[in-house]
Design a binder for this molecule. Structure first.
Ligand code: FEO
Length: 404
């Protein structure tokens, strides 16, 4: 049975949501599912913008058939070739053998690599090219590395709709809604939108900024992403979030406390530090046990907050492995511009602190506070006082010295 929604005149959402998949890209947990969006334009020509993951293939195909209502499909525009969107191309071509596939040179190369049966019926486009489907004219804008190198976005100059590919997407199934103004995005979606962006595209901030610059020159009225809700209101609000994430500017002044603790003593140090911060007036604090939190959530949080406190026990004369993984992931995703506090613990040769600092200093524009604390097994009077100094230093650094 079909499940479609009109977006604007002539344009229909034909995607699908699901909650069965446990891991996105087989790595990031999906506690609340995900949507795969695709869109059909009914003009003199019929146009499908992207396809859907094969896991929702049947629903997607029923939706396309329903909207086409017997008309042949003339074009399928592929903005992004990752299989969560492109996996159903083959079935679309089999059902509509005369359909013309429209995409970039790199995308066609990938279609061949993935063994999709694209024959001579294709239109290769590049940045700045345009096409007319009747009343609707579109222009293609390249978007390399947002999130793969072949990616592009398509702008309908007739109605101001931007088909934004992975940009402005989010984890979570749509649960009946289709538009961001139909959900409480700030409270129910923002964390998942950030977790999606930072883990999937976070490494490519400069490329995202390039795309945002290009987008700034066109009059966008509606943003149709490939995941998550469609934006037809408050476009400036979500674009501002993207500018923060893409330029690695924190969204909020606050402290993310992440600790690695084997027997609870480093955890106790984390609680003492957090309590001192709250006593001194900083209440915007989030605390996580690195061993019990999936990396994708920590990455999302570290993109959000201005300050990062890392507390790690020493393990095999190095950083506790899950903490090292977190630092490595921050490096991989190009995280920058945070103020960091470091606390180590060790019972005979504490080493985690200097090694965490090395890793932080390998990232761009990271400030490591001078007040470091080295706990010997458990916090004593002296290290409790040093934690107090560290909390004071964090609070001081929230002032004029670091501007967000
Ligand atoms: Fe949702 Fe890069 O694919």
């Amino acid at each position: 049975m079909h499940n479609v929604r009109k977006v604007v005149d002539d344009l229909y959402w034909v995607g699908a949501s699901e909650k069965r998949i446990a891991l996105f890209e087989n790595i990031h947990p999906l506690e609340n599912g995900v949507s795969y969006n695709a869109y059909v334009l009914l003009d003199e020509k019929t146009v499908l913008f992207d396809t859907a993951d094969w896991t929702v293939g049947r629903q997607f195909l029923e939706n396309v058939d329903y909207v086409l209502n017997g008309r042949p499909l003339d074009y399928v525009v592929i903005n992004h070739m990752e299989p969560d969107h492109a996996a159903s191309i083959e079935e679309i071509i089999l059902r509509h053998p005369d359909v013309k596939v429209v995409s970039t040179e790199k995308a066609f190369m990938m279609m061949h690599q993935f063994n999709f049966p694209v024959n001579d019926n294709f239109v290769q486009v590049k940045a700045g090219d345009s096409m007319s489907f009747g009343k609707h004219n579109v222009v293609f804008v390249d978007a390399p590395m947002v999130h793969w190198p072949e990616a592009m976005v398509t702008f309908d100059t007739t109605n101001g709709v931007l088909f934004s590919a992975d940009a402005f997407g989010s984890f979570k199934s749509l649960d009946g809604a289709r538009f961001a103004d139909e959900v409480d995005f700030k409270n129910d979606w923002l964390d998942e939108a950030r977790r999606y962006y930072t883990n999937i595209v976070g490494k490519y901030g400069p490329q995202v900024m390039e795309l945002l610059k290009k987008a700034g020159t066109i009059d966008i009225k509606v943003i149709c992403p490939l995941h998550g809700p469609i934006w037809r209101q408050d476009l400036g609000w979500i674009i501002d979030k993207y500018v923060h994430w893409a330029t690695y500017q924190p969204e909020e002044k606050g402290v993310l406390v992440v600790y690695a603790s084997m027997y609870g003593n480093t955890e106790a140090a984390a609680h003492i530090l957090a309590a001192k911060l709250v006593e001194k007036g900083m209440t915007n604090i989030k605390m996580y046990d690195v061993s019990k939190t999936h990396m994708s959530y920590l990455i999302s949080e570290v993109f959000k907050y201005s300050h990062l406190a890392l507390l790690s026990c020493t393990y095999n004369l190095g950083i506790f492995p899950p903490m090292e993984d977190f630092l490595r992931d921050m490096q991989r995703l190009n995280l920058q511009k945070r103020v960091c506090a470091v606390v180590e613990n060790g019972s005979w040769a504490p080493q985690a602190g200097s090694k965490m600092i090395e890793m932080l200093q390998d990232m761009k524009q990271m400030t490591v506070l001078n007040e470091q604390v080295s706990v010997l097994s458990s916090v004593n009077k002296m290290t409790e006082s040093e934690l107090d100094d560290l909390a004071e230093s964090i609070i001081e650094s929230m002032g004029q010295e670091y501007k967000y």
